[in-house]
Every structure is written in structure tokens, then in C-alpha cells.
Design a protein around this ligand. Sequence first.
Ligand SMILES: Cc1cc2nc3c(=O)[nH]c(=O)nc-3n(C[C@H](O)[C@H](O)[C@H](O)COP(=O)(O)O)c2cc1C
Length: 253
Amino acid sequence: MAPHVAIVFYSMYGHILQLVEEEARGIREAGGNVTIFKVKETLTDDVLEKMHAPKNLSTYEELDDPSVLEKFDGFLFGIPTRYGNWPAQFKAFWDKTGHQWQTGAFWGKYAGAFVSTATPGGGQESTIISAMSTFVHHGMIFVPLGYKTVFGTLADLTEVRGGSPWGAGTFAGPDGSRQPSQKELSLAYEQGKAFWTAITKQNEAVGGGAPVTEPSQKSTTQAPKQQTSTEPQHKEEHDKSGPCGLPVKCTIS
Ligand SMILES: Cc1cc2nc3c(=O)[nH]c(=O)nc-3n(C[C@H](O)[C@H](O)[C@H](O)COP(=O)(O)O)c2cc1C
């Protein structure tokens, strides 16, 4: 079965949105399937107006329930940086994924990212590096853009350009007036293509099916460690308000 990719983005001023369209075009032209979601706005209309954010930037489906993503094989996240990190709108979405984190519902799925920053040095690489912690905790497999399909563009120093081997990128400028250049858009297109090609190759390598979505509890190399009576037993059970900080019973050993 061909993998199905979701592009999940936030865009306040439209720069990430333009990259979204190119990433999706790259996936489709490589023969892939893609569904696009935007994460929910968390700022009030009043604040958005003060920030000169345009209204109704896109009509893509709003993603509120993280379980919607469980049926996809891979994700490309479009992230406009905030201090080299996820914007709060994205963080609010991730903070709702405790169930997927605990059950491993995103485990083994593929993740890539593309970014927008105001300026060079504003977080093109650090934004994606910061995203790695979220990917790792969910057990997602990071698929970088790399150099293979875009060496010429990434090595070209003739003009100011966002993007890196970590993922496509654009510069919005300090006042948001700069628009993505042709080279930046081409990096997004190539990332979409390469991401889909890479995850399709992985699918074929595991027998043409979708990537494993259920983590196996069995180990074929190591027998489970037996606990002897001389070993300290640090197993504690916590209900509701235990140190796990989660609204379910948890076990700490
Ligand atoms: C609160 C805030 C923090 C920001 N932090 C940074 C930053 O650390 N580095 C940077 O280059 N740009 C920063 N920016 C600029 C945004 O990254 C820029 O507006 C965004 O990439 C534009 O993408 P969009 O049009 O898709 O919203 C910040 C913007 C806001 C509103």
C-alpha cells in the first residue's frame, strides 16, 4: 500500500503556507498522496489584529484531535519559528498528544520539517533541531532533506536563501514583507518529492505494506531480565495525581 502523508502547518503571515503548496506539489508529482492540515490558532482576534495577521489565510482543515494523524504514515511539519522553536500554536497541539505518546500511536512513523524565519541566523536549523525532541519522544523517524537532490541549490551562494539539509526554509524579513524566492520554493518542492520517495522506499523494504505502527513488545535478541530477591525493588504505582503528571494510572520502576 502506498504511504499517505500529512502536511501539518501553522502560518501567521503566509510564508509557510507558500512552502506547504510546494511540498504538496512535490509529493503529488512523485505519485504520492497528501492531506494538508493547519493547527488551531491560540491567539485572540484582538492580539492577531495587533500583530497585523491577515484573516482567513487558508481554508485547510483545522487539526484539533491528534488521533486524526494516526492513520498517516508520515508527516511534514511547516514551522514558522518563534525564538528558534515551535510556535505556541504547534506546542498546544503537541500538548494534546499524551495519548499517542503513551500508546506509541506515532511510533515508527516518518517526520520531516520545513521552516520560516525572519532572518538568516534566526532559527532555520535550530527550529528543526528543537523539533527533534518531540519526534524522538514519539518514536518518529526523522527524514531530512539532505543534499542528494538539492546540492546545487544548497551550495549556491549567489543570493540570500533559506533552507538547509535539515529542511526547506524561507526568510520572511524583519517586517514579514519578503516573500519566498524561487530557490526556496524549489527546495520545498524537492523536499516533498524526496520525502515521499524515501518513505515509499522504506515501505517497499518492509514488504510493501505501511510502516509498522504498533511497537512490538517482544525482543528476539535478549531475554527479559529476571528480578532477583536481592535486587532493590523500586516499583511504584501512582494513581491520577502521581509524578507522571498524567490523568491515568502509571507505573514507575
Ligand atoms: C513572537 C515571535 C517570535 C519570533 N521569533 C523569531 C526568531 O527567533 N527568529 C526569526 O528569525 N524570526 C522570528 N520571528 C519571525 C517569524 O518566524 C516569521 O514571522 C515567520 O517565519 C513568518 O512565517 P509565516 O508567514 O508563515 O507566519 C518571530 C515572530 C514572532 C511573532
